[in-house]
Design a protein around this ligand. Structure first.
Ligand code: ADE
Length: 225
């Protein structure tokens, strides 16, 4: 899978993919992530990519030309994108099932907004999905893009060592994950639930299912509806 990102501040995206699972995914050639500076397509030598909004009001808007020229050039180079995503607080809320669907794509572009957002005409002409990562406003789309890429990247077959571990994540079956324990069996007087020490996979599975359901009921009853 190839993911291109268009950003006014691509430096913000350096670190999130340089470690751990995302790093390994790239080293294995399963995932290619490239952040492009939108200023490369600026309209003048001052690096301008934004302008005042028509109708007045505070906040700059990211202009059509740099974005359109960037997308056209990238598509010429890498082929037509399967999805062009704009990350924005007014987009559709991102959920695990969206991560699952996106992990099956080959070629995705994510546009990160800044200031007041991007010119509406780019959204209408190019963008195929508008995604929000939650009901709060970030100062730019980069961290939202990083969240989406991390959630999607780990689902690409071969990225996780133990592929079944993505299947037992919270949300994959509309249930939160059950509690987990590691050594020691007793810590400050607190014991690991005895069933986990029985070595009986059926009993362990049943306990985990029951705990997952209990946790979901108390913390996220909305998931059970
Ligand atoms: N840009 C700013 N806030 C955002 C959010 N909550 N989700 C996606 N993109 C954003």
């Amino acid at each position: 899978m190839r993911i291109d990102i268009l950003s006014a501040v691509p430096e913000l995206l350096n670190s999130p993919f340089e470690h751990s699972i995302m790093k390994r995914a790239q080293e294995r050639g399963l995932l290619e992530i490239k952040a492009h500076s939108l200023r490369k397509w600026a309209i003048n030598k001052h690096g301008q990519i934004d302008d005042y909004q028509y109708g007045g009001g505070a906040g700059m808007v990211m202009m059509c030309e740099p974005l359109a020229n960037a997308i056209d050039e990238l598509q010429k180079e890498h082929g037509k994108y399967d999805e062009i995503i704009f990350v924005t607080p007014d987009g559709k809320r991102f959920e695990q099932k969206d991560a699952n669907t996106l992990s099956l794509k080959n070629n995705v572009l994510i546009i990160c907004g800044h200031y007041k957002g991007i010119d509406q005409r780019i959204r209408e002409l190019y963008v195929t999905q508008e995604i929000s990562i939650g009901d709060y406003v970030l100062s730019g789309g980069e961290l939202a893009a990083a969240v989406i890429i991390d959630a999607v990247g780990r689902l690409i077959p071969g990225v996780l060592n133990d592929e079944t571990s993505a299947l037992t994540d919270s949300f994959q079956d509309n249930l939160l994950a059950p509690p987990v324990y590691s050594r020691p069996a007793e810590f400050r007087g607190m014991e690991v639930p005895a069933v986990l020490l029985t070595g009986d996979p059926k009993k362990v599975d049943a306990w985990r299912q029951e705990q997952a359901l209990e946790r979901t009921k108390t913390r996220r009853p909305d998931l059970l509806k």
